[in-house]
Design a protein around this ligand. Structure first.
Ligand SMILES: [Zn+2]
Ligand SMILES: [Zn+2]
Length: 580
């Protein structure tokens, strides 16, 4: 399905370039009158891509419409909503609008990429609409695991859309304000919400999510009796949780150490934005030595078992200042995210082997989700009363369950989207007409150090090959009669221990000598070079062609040797230089 955008110039369109049928990498676009508004520009986590931990969306579609991109609005501070700005800003260069907390966080990240002076982040004023013609945006505060999460009511003459962002209805979010349900209800009661684009993360979870505020007592009851060192591993972005833990530490007489760069950054940004104003006892990890174990509480990064994060370093005794031992306790105040089980359980195991008590959400009440369960989703639809529900921010299994739930509470139309699918949102005939009008390019780029790589491109293909079978390089220097000037240099990396196998090395040398002998009969160097004993059969070729011909034939032969030897085809680079 291809798309003729000119035909749809006056239509209200929605397209997700990321975040549809997946959790992470949220990138949404709204269109009207030829203008595009972007909501969120997040990263996703890569699995099984060598050297790549993070993904961004392929934004080539919107890059082609850059001049019509009127802005990016970021709903909240989380990486899956703003983490790609530092990688993709230079391609799009649009104005950015977000809350004070998210703006401060973004600037601290952009500084690392020397972009903080180039990017203009406008701080939104929640008390009035943001005018980005043809869209008017009203901000509606919703609770989440971080404060300043704003749902957007995108108002247009063609209908209003409630883009929820990540949310839950938490009566006690610990930091920040409670959800502004009444704003949604006011529009819903008047029938003024055409579509809701909504969080599906916990659409399979029955009931109501538990409150952040409820955690305080449970965590405190675990920490209070502990005589040794207490650690709490949590998501570094969970500002409310850090607040809860710091408060408990204060109550039980422990100083708080933030172990992990991302935690310290969030704490700094939080302070700058007006949080952590309470009289908490944060100390630096270098001050640890001045205190007894029973006087300290460590908040650590790495609750998902990330190899370079603080929790893993603690478990493997490689953290420079924080040392845990028998009798200490580590609480994982976090979710075991599907896909990370292997890394997480390896971490639990390493801690348990050191006889450190490990407490997780599996056995104690130590974590609450920041996303809505089924009862909250029902309530949202009852408040907003939209004609259309578009479930996003979830795998297909979640968005499907979310859609069924929305239907069960009377939403007449459910649109299941996928990345790149363009849907038309219309007040008229929305029940009978098909919403989808075409597909635009969508896909993934891998964040690879300072470059972005197409996951289907050559570099990743080569890297996978190197990862699975290693590489052999052979370097030959020949005279113009195609004799070796010196012995061929053969190096095998990551595929076979050639250094300690003289026999195989000699076999390859012999193969090279035989091949060259054979080739010298067939190939003739041209370009005025004279080679003695020329036969008429020889092809008259320039030096580069001769070298290429030798490289090609040798590659076939040597790959066969390795295939016999190790049962795999390593990558192969052969360099043949002919010296006059
Ligand atoms: Zn979030
Ligand atoms: Zn999210």
């Amino acid at each position: 399905m291809d798309i003729n955008l000119k035909k749809h110039r006056d239509d209200l369109l929605f397209v997700a370039l990321g975040g549809a049928n997946e959790i992470g990498m949220n990138v949404n676009l709204y269109h009207l009158n030829g203008k595009w508004l972007m909501v969120d520009l997040g990263v996703g986590f890569a699995s099984d891509v060598p050297g790549v931990d993070m993904l961004t969306a392929d934004i080539s579609f919107i890059k082609a419409h850059k001049k019509d991109l009127i802005g990016l609005i970021i709903t909240h501070i989380h990486e899956d909503h703003l983490g790609a700005v530092q990688y993709l800003y230079q391609e799009l260069e649009m104005p950015i609008y977000t809350s004070k907390l998210a703006a401060n966080f973004l600037y601290s990240k952009l500084e690392e990429y020397n972009l903080n002076k180039r990017v203009k982040v406008h701080i939104i004023d929640g008390s009035k609409d943001l005018n980005l013609d043809p869209f008017k945006i009203e901000f509606i505060g919703l609770t989440h695991s971080v404060p300043e999460m704003n749902a957007l009511l995108i108002k247009t003459p063609k209908g209003n859309i409630l883009h929820t962002g990540d949310w839950k209805f938490d009566p006690d979010p610990v930091v920040g304000n409670i959800s502004e349900k009444e704003k949604i209800k006011a529009y819903g009661d008047k029938g003024e919400i055409l579509a809701v684009v909504c969080d599906s993360t916990n659409a399979l979870t029955a009931g109501h999510s538990r409150s952040e505020g409820e955690l305080h007592e449970s965590l405190k009851s675990l920490i209070l009796p502990c005589k040794g060192l207490v650690g709490v591993a949590s998501f570094a972005s969970n500002l409310a949780r850090i607040h809860t833990i710091a408060k408990i530490a204060k109550e039980v007489g422990r100083k708080v150490v933030l172990a992990g760069y991302s935690l310290r950054r969030l704490h700094e940004v939080g302070k700058k934005s007006g949080y952590f104003r309470e009289d908490f006892d944060f100390i630096s990890d270098h001050e640890i030595r001045s205190y007894k174990k029973s006087e300290l509480l460590i908040i650590a990064t790495g609750c998902q078992g990330e190899p370079l994060a603080a929790a893993k370093k603690i478990a493997t005794d490689t953290h420079p200042t924080v040392k845990f031992s028998k009798g200490d306790m580590m609480i994982f105040s976090s979710k075991i995210i599907p896909g990370n089980e292997k890394k997480i359980f390896a971490l639990f195991d390493a801690l348990a082997k050191k006889q450190i008590e490990v407490i997780t959400e599996k056995d104690h009440f130590v974590h609450v989700s920041g996303h809505p369960s089924q009862d909250e989703l029902r309530e949202m639809y009852q408040l907003a009363q939209p004609k259309i529900a578009i479930p996003v921010h979830g795998e297909f299994v979640h968005t499907k369950a979310h859609g069924d739930l929305a239907r069960s509470v009377g939403v007449p139309k459910i649109i299941q989207v996928e990345n790149g699918l363009v849907v038309k949102l219309s007040k008229e005939n929305f029940e009978t007409e098909s919403a989808s009008i075409g597909l635009v390019k969508a896909g993934y780029f891998g964040v690879d150090g300072k470059q972005l790589l197409d996951l289907k491109g050559e570099v990743i293909k080569e890297r996978r090959k190197l990862q699975s079978a290693g590489i052999v390089t052979i370097s030959l220097v020949l005279d113009n009669s195609l004799n070796l000037i010196s012995k061929a240099k053969i190096i095998a990396v990551g595929c076979y221990d050639l250094k300690n196998d003289y026999v195989v090395k000699e076999m390859i040398q012999k193969e090279i000598t035989m091949l060259l002998k054979h080739k010298s009969k067939d190939l003739k160097l041209g370009g005025g070079l004279k080679i003695p004993f020329l036969s008429k059969k020889r092809k008259n070729l320039p030096e580069g062609k001769v070298a290429a011909e030798i490289e090609k034939s040798l590659r076939t032969k040597i790959i066969r040797i390795f295939e016999d030897l190790i049962g795999k085809r390593p990558a192969m680079e052969i360099f043949c230089h002919i010296v006059n």
